[in-house]
Design a binder for this molecule. Structure first.
Ligand SMILES: *Cc1c(COP(=O)(O)O)cnc(C)c1O
Length: 380
């Protein structure tokens, strides 16, 4: 069986977890602090705050950026459902704009017309690791005085061309960026997330809110030799990452560049093998973007049954996934009167097919995927 993804875990990760289990401190503590420091250095961010997932990272990011009841957040429907869910957690409404056909990312040309007096923030997504057009999005946001939050869940290790230099996605270039360490992403802590920002006041609020807004953290009370009592000035959350996860994350982070190098080579090889099949549309990397290829999504020809192709591949021992789902089509977020206005998003969901791509995928396995795909689509 060729899985869609396989996390890279080795002896270093095992030793790291064991070290924490034997240390006497297993929840958020010194390992989390060290992981945050290493992650901030990796992406070039002034501040990085670890949390329990990217979903909780997005929730805190939106709250701290001022999103609340009665307000709107402009985002992509064509994303994992967490993007839209996080907006709802704040009591606000997601307003969906369509995507560009070739990058699967928010179309900046449609952004300005979606802004209303209720718009509180823009939540853009670096979908499947492909950087979105931040330069255009940030220019529009600046004209309207709106904060920009980057859903960089898939984008650890991706790069964007910025002032004539390649920079890691999530520095952040907007106001806040949120990352995921779910096993479907390129590096994993089982579950986990990270919030980066350049604003010290916002970083401070993330740290409070992830821990029930506790005024004196438990780590500080534990280390003190005088007794002190904490207080809870506002309602916060338990969005902590554990030290077990953080220790894993520190080892995963050391592998990030190598993992991305291998994924890029595998994506390029899919491109070379499939370019003789013009019926299959391949993903497109703009000149200013370098994806980490968290997913490799081909578009199936018109008139082909997506589920039948996936079943055909599964019968040959190959796991695939359909294109990224559209939140507006789900009962949780259905906006029936607006759904017709997202044709590119719907097209991407219905025609997209995600192929297996992972660190240990071999040439033989990749050849098998390509020939099985050609058979399943009856292209020969
Ligand atoms: C995976 C993903 C998330 C959610 O990440 P979790 O860490 O699982 O909460 C959010 N947004 C996008 C675009 C994702 O792909």
């Amino acid at each position: 069986m060729i899985p869609i993804m396989r996390p890279v875990m080795g002896d270093a990760e095992e030793a790291a977890v064991l070290r924490v289990l034997r240390s006497g401190w297993i929840t958020q503590g010194a390992e989390v602090a060290a992981f945050e420091e290493a992650f901030a250095a990796q992406v070039g961010a002034p501040f990085a705050c670890a949390v329990s997932s990217c979903t909780t990272a997005l929730h805190l990011a939106l709250l701290v950026a001022g999103v609340g009841p009665g307000l709107e957040v402009i985002t992509a429907s064509h994303s994992f459902i967490a993007s839209a869910n996080a907006v709802r957690y704040c009591g606000a409404d997601p307003v969906f704009v369509d995507i560009e056909p070739h990058t699967f990312n928010m179309d900046p040309c449609l952004l300005e017309q979606a802004i209303t007096a209720r718009t509180a923030a823009i939540l853009c997504v670096h979908q499947m690791g492909m950087p979105c057009d931040l330069e255009a999005i940030l220019a529009i946001a600046a004209r309207h005085g709106l904060p920009v939050i980057e859903d960089a869940a898939c984008a650890a290790g991706s790069e964007i061309r910025w002032h004539d230099r390649w920079e890691p996605v999530g520095r952040p270039h907007g106001d806040i960026a949120c990352f995921s360490f779910h096993p479907r992403k390129v590096i994993s802590t089982g579950e986990g997330g990270m919030i980066t920002t350049a604003r010290p006041d916002w970083d401070e609020r993330f740290r409070r809110l992830r821990q029930h807004a506790m005024s004196i953290p438990d780590t500080r009370r534990h280390a003190a030799n005088t007794v002190s009592f904490e207080s809870y000035p506002e309602v916060g959350y338990n969005y902590r990452m554990t030290d077990i996860q953080a220790a894993l994350g520190r080892e995963q982070l050391k592998r990030l560049l190598d993992i991305v190098r291998v994924r890029r080579a595998r994506a390029a090889r899919y491109g070379a093998l499939l370019k003789t099949r013009p019926e299959l549309e391949l993903p497109h990397e703009p000149t200013w973007a370098r994806s980490n290829w968290q997913s490799f999504c081909v578009r199936l020809p018109a008139g082909i049954d997506q589920a039948a192709v996936m079943q055909g591949l599964l019968d040959e021992g190959i796991a695939t996934r359909r294109g990224i789902m559209c939140a507006h089509r789900e009962p949780a977020h259905g906006v029936p009167d607006r759904s017709a206005a997202l044709p590119v998003s719907e097209f991407a969901q219905d025609r997209g097919l995600l192929l297996p791509l992972h660190h240990t995928l071999t040439d033989e396995e990749q050849d098998h995927v390509v020939s099985a795909l050609v058979r399943a689509c009856a292209l020969d």
